[in-house]
Design a protein around this ligand. Structure first.
Ligand code: F6R
Ligand code: MG
Ligand code: MG
Length: 366
């Protein structure tokens, strides 16, 4: 039997602004999924204001029953969020009638169907206050760059490289994708991935086995709703070890805390900061956060998780660096590189303001 690993996430309301969901809302989501006989195993967790449901099952990716289960669980959670008066209750549930797939309806999903290896280690990433392009650089680094993945030099099972499937997320009429191979096309891959807002890694496959290695949620709320509805807060699943990068090689690039889109009002630039699962958000609605949980799965049954950015003191050191990078960019307030370009600003108010000002400009007479 094949095993499907699905992560579906949504922001359905938080305490104190966009900080953290309540225990009661998390409990309602959990209780709902627990009642289902569809899933073999599941976990419910939060990072920032987002709740993720990790499920293993035998239904394949994009299965309407699994998507409906997640949607209905988020609906249950939303009812509790409304009762409690949480901020932004039901924020990511953008459609009134659910049509069988969460894609385009608000929540983000990353799913892969696999033949389990005798030991099947994988990592589930969840990020808040950023968008799916935040994973571009880490994925490039761990799958295409020997500076982070020494296995590309040392392990024959990776010598053939990987196929990157990259999506043009600005194309909203359908999935516009391109497939590029490492190592021969790494410059082409870099040329696309430098633009985090337009080109996003959707998945990566091993060229040796053809097996899927990584999958990212690529939805952009900005493009779906055509207006500000919060940032896209992406989830990602990465299989590790053997013919895939080692767990540590996948985590290595997260030490960079590279600057990504998001932060306050989804309109700024901040360092992607590795955090523990359940981390709440405070300073300037950010900085952008990412959590990583390691698992093994056997016949669909999940082991306990390792919270990979939590207890190891190495990441405390990295967080100090991230805080310094956050302060460095915040010191320049609204100026230049600290904010996103006009197209990416999540609030339309500035467009109106600039329109009004535009009328007041005059050409000076000679
Ligand atoms: C970022 C985010 C927050 C809000 C901000 C203002 O993704 O959700 O930074 O944009 O807290 O929220 P509103 O406009 O709802 O008051
Ligand atoms: Mg939010
Ligand atoms: Mg969020």
């Amino acid at each position: 039997m094949k095993t499907t690993i699905s992560v579906i996430k949504a922001d359905i309301g938080s305490i104190a602004g966009h900080a953290v969901p309540s225990r009661q809302v998390m409990g309602a989501v959990k209780d709902y999924v627990k009642k289902s006989s569809l899933v073999i195993d599941f976990r419910v967790f939060s990072v920032g204001d987002d709740i993720s449901i990790l499920m293993t099952h035998g239904q394949g990716a994009d299965n309407p029953l699994i998507h409906k289960l997640a949607w209905d669980a988020f609906k249950e959670g939303t009812a509790v969020a409304k009762e409690q008066g949480l901020y932004g209750a039901g924020q990511d549930l953008l459609v009134d009638s659910f049509s069988g797939n969460v894609r385009g309806a608000g929540p983000a999903s990353a799913e892969m169907e696999i033949d389990e290896r005798p030991a099947e280690p994988f990592i589930v990433f969840a990020a808040d206050k950023t968008d799916p392009g935040a994973y571009n650089l880490p994925l490039y680094s761990s799958f295409a760059d020997p500076m982070h993945n020494s296995g590309l030099m040392l392990s024959p099972s990776m010598f053939k490289g990987f196929t990157f499937t990259i999506m043009d997320v600005s194309h909203t009429e359908g999935d516009r994708i391109i497939r590029l191979n490492t190592p021969e096309e790494i410059y082409e891959i870099a040329a696309l991935l430098r633009d985090n807002q337009r080109y996003v890694v959707e998945s990566i496959h091993s060229r040796m086995s053809g097996h899927i290695a990584a999958v990212v949620s690529t939805s952009r709320l900005h493009n779906i709703a055509g207006k500000y509805t919060g940032k896209d807060d992406p989830v990602m699943i990465v299989r590790t070890q053997g013919s895939f990068p080692a767990t540590g090689e996948v985590l290595s690039p997260f030490e960079i805390c590279h600057y990504v889109a998001g932060f306050m009002r989804g309109s700024h630039v901040g360092p992607l900061t590795p955090v523990k699962v359940g981390q709440e958000v405070s300073y300037f609605d950010g900085p952008p956060l990412v959590s990583a949980q390691g698992f093994c799965v056997r016949n669909g049954k999940l082991t306990d998780s390792v919270d990979l950015f939590a207890d190891d003191p190495f990441w405390d050191h990295v967080r100090k660096k991230a805080a310094k990078k956050a302060i460095a960019i915040r010191e320049q307030g609204f100026s230049g590189a600290s904010m996103l370009g006009m197209n990416e600003l999540e609030y339309g108010g500035i467009v109106e303001k600039l329109g009004t000002l535009d009328k007041r400009f005059e050409i000076r007479k000679k």
